[in-house]
Design a protein around this ligand. Structure first.
Ligand SMILES: [Zn+2]
Ligand SMILES: [Zn+2]
Length: 599
């Protein structure tokens, strides 16, 4: 499900709307794709060549293909005989080719994507498919990593290495969406579909339901007694620009925003089995299938079956699948085959933290630095979101670009916060700061000023390129000052744009645990820093964590949902976080820190 299909623009065969203007290039591409699939299937080379040559002819032609077709003159094109002319005519008329579709059905799924990897032509694709069952770029990567390709005749070690590099590059080239971009759109569509009485169930699926930090496709799943009705409703929702492909049980659409969304529709009796199956992950499902086989059971998207009798024993709800294997139901965020199945068998799955467990947000910017609105406006927005307290953490002065505050300004801000706390009680604003860790590990704020503040977070915003040893020491020194409460966005990564600093994060987390410094999960949708794997490690090392929004405007508290998702994927319970403490508890956590530092 995570595997992206060809981009909608390339997928010219999927349009069912009457084609507005099929260009010569699009028609040439259709013929090339047919040639490629014929060759991959090992068809007659003369037929393959006929399609290639016709494609080249049309590509180079000055005359508009559409006009020739309307005049009934397709066969006057050199290299275009009656058979190819008929395929072109269908394509020009409907935007699709039943012949291409037939070919696509006759080859293993994914082979067209495999053909996009440089170095993989149709002949090689067929060879790899026949000998090693490689049908997709993912299969190719796996086989190359396991050194299974080098032994094949005509390949060898060097060509295996080259294919691995190309396939990895191809995989990275695939566009992935940020969770925070895809999720709200999927939720909006779900709300529209839920309002329809013909649709009994609807849910996100795939990596989106597992809340991975990026997702390949937006996959939705619905259950309806009459699946065609649900498919139709989906293709008619207002934000759909174009229907890319439409069948009774699967519809792909392109939204006005350019995002592709796929809906699969199943019968209500299969809802649970299908939801489980299409949520994944692949590894999680493989592990479950193995368990099932050991018990004489079979799992698929339609249900759970007793192999001996063929009897269906469940599948209406997702719990059926897990209970049939004597497992507790596993929250989707944990389904990565990282020990969750074992824990479910031993009934030791954690009770994961939920968004509603958060009482405060300890990373909030205002117009005093680079935020967009006043302290009051942020406080009111946080209260409306359901929080009981925030820490205002405007930048310190070295971050001139963000209008960082100096000590005089922090004191002025303190006055404003005190006055607001009078008015907004019982809501509480803590006077804090996001203080830069300077290159030598000192902080951009004198200790006496820091001691006046209620709360201090530290982070890095400059000189990202220091070497591993220096950067690690810089951060360790930064979190060793006694007045520091939290380390913010600990790795500095920006998803898909900037890798994290080169650091020994393990060493840093150990110091944070020892010093009682909380470690942040930053909910900004392109940060999500720490990530799920490190969150779990931080917990093992004894760190307390905090899920913060890093809001720069009043509409960004909603991002906390994504930080909570990371926490859940990192197996955190409410007790592992600091800002799940109610106001009183949080205040005493702060007081305790103050006592430690003065002791
Ligand atoms: Zn920051
Ligand atoms: Zn910030």
């Amino acid at each position: 499900m995570d595997q992206r299909q060809a981009s909608p623009r390339q997928d010219l065969n999927d349009g069912i709307a009457p084609p507005r203007a099929i260009t010569n290039q699009a028609a040439a591409r259709l013929l090339d794709r047919i040639a490629q699939l014929l060759e991959a299937k090992g068809e007659n080379p003369y037929r393959v060549r006929a399609y290639r040559e016709a494609a080249a002819q049309i590509e180079a032609m000055q005359t508009n293909l559409r006009e020739l077709w309307q005049e009934g003159k397709l066969e006057t094109i050199p290299r275009v005989g009656p058979s190819i002319a008929a395929k072109l005519a269908e394509f020009l008329k409907t935007g699709r080719s039943s012949y291409l579709e037939e070919l696509q059905r006759s080859v293993p799924q994914g082979i067209e994507r495999l053909l996009e990897v440089p170095g993989i032509g149709p002949a090689r694709a067929r060879f790899l498919s026949e000998h090693l069952g490689i049908h997709t770029p993912e299969d190719l990567i796996e086989a190359a990593e396991a050194h299974r390709i080098r032994a094949l005749p005509g390949f060898g070690e060097r060509s295996e290495q080259r294919l691995l590099i190309e396939a990895r590059r191809w995989a990275q080239r695939e566009r992935r969406l940020l969770l925070g971009t895809a999720w709200p759109i999927a939720q909006e569509i779900i709300n529209l579909l839920k309002a329809d009485p013909a649709i009994e169930q609807v849910s996100m699926g795939g990596s989106l339901r597992r809340m991975r930090e990026t997702v390949g496709d937006v996959d939705l799943l619905a259950a309806a007694a009459v699946p065609e009705v649900a498919s139709l409703r989906f293709s008619q929702i207002p934000i759909v620009r174009e229907v890319l492909a439409s069948g009774p049980t699967k519809v792909s659409v392109l939204l006005e925003s350019g995002l592709q969304v796929d809906l699969r529709v199943v019968e209500p009796a299969s809802w649970g089995a299908a939801l489980q199956h299409f949520t994944g992950s692949k590894q999680h499902n493989i592990h479950l299938r193995d368990l099932a086989i050991g018990r004489g059971l079979k799992l698929n998207e339609y249900g759970i079956y007793d192999i001996a009798t063929g009897r269906r024993i469940g599948g209406e709800v997702e719990e059926d699948v897990y209970h049939a294997l004597e497992l507790d139901w596993i929250p989707p965020e944990l389904r990565e085959d990282r020990g969750e199945i074992q824990a479910a068998a031993e009934h030791t799955l954690p009770v994961l933290v939920e968004l509603s467990d958060l009482h405060g947000d300890l990373h909030v910017h205002t117009a005093w630095s680079d935020g967009s609105v006043s302290i009051e406006a942020m406080a009111v927005a946080a209260r409306e979101f359901g929080l009981d307290y925030i820490a205002v953490t405007d930048h310190s002065q070295s971050l001139a670009i963000a209008h960082g505050l100096n000590l005089v300004r922090y004191r002025e801000q303190r006055h404003e916060i005190d006055a607001l706390n009078q008015r907004l009680a019982p809501f509480r604003i803590f006077a804090g700061a996001e203080v830069d860790i300077l290159t030598d590990g000192s902080l951009d704020l004198p200790a006496d000023v820091a001691n006046e503040l209620d709360y201090v977070a530290v982070s890095i915003h400059s000189r990202f390129q220091m070497d591993r040893e220096q950067m690690t020491q810089r951060i360790i020194r930064g979190i060793s000052h006694p007045f520091v409460n939290t380390l913010s966005h600990p790795t500095g990564r920006i998803i898909d744009r900037r890798p994290g600093y080169d650091i020994d994060l393990e060493a840093i987390l150990r110091v944070a645990a020892r010093n009682g410094v909380a470690v942040e999960i930053n909910s900004a949708i392109d940060r999500l820093d720490l990530d799920d794997i490190w969150v779990r490690r931080a917990k093992e090392l004894g760190c307390r964590l905090v899920v913060n929004s890093d809001s720069h405007g009043p509409d960004q508290f909603t991002n906390l949902r994504f930080g909570v998702a990371v926490a859940r994927r990192g197996w955190l319970t409410s007790a592992d976080l600091v800002n799940t403490l109610p106001l009183e508890g949080f205040s005493s956590w702060l007081r305790q820190r103050k006592r430690q530092r003065t002791a």
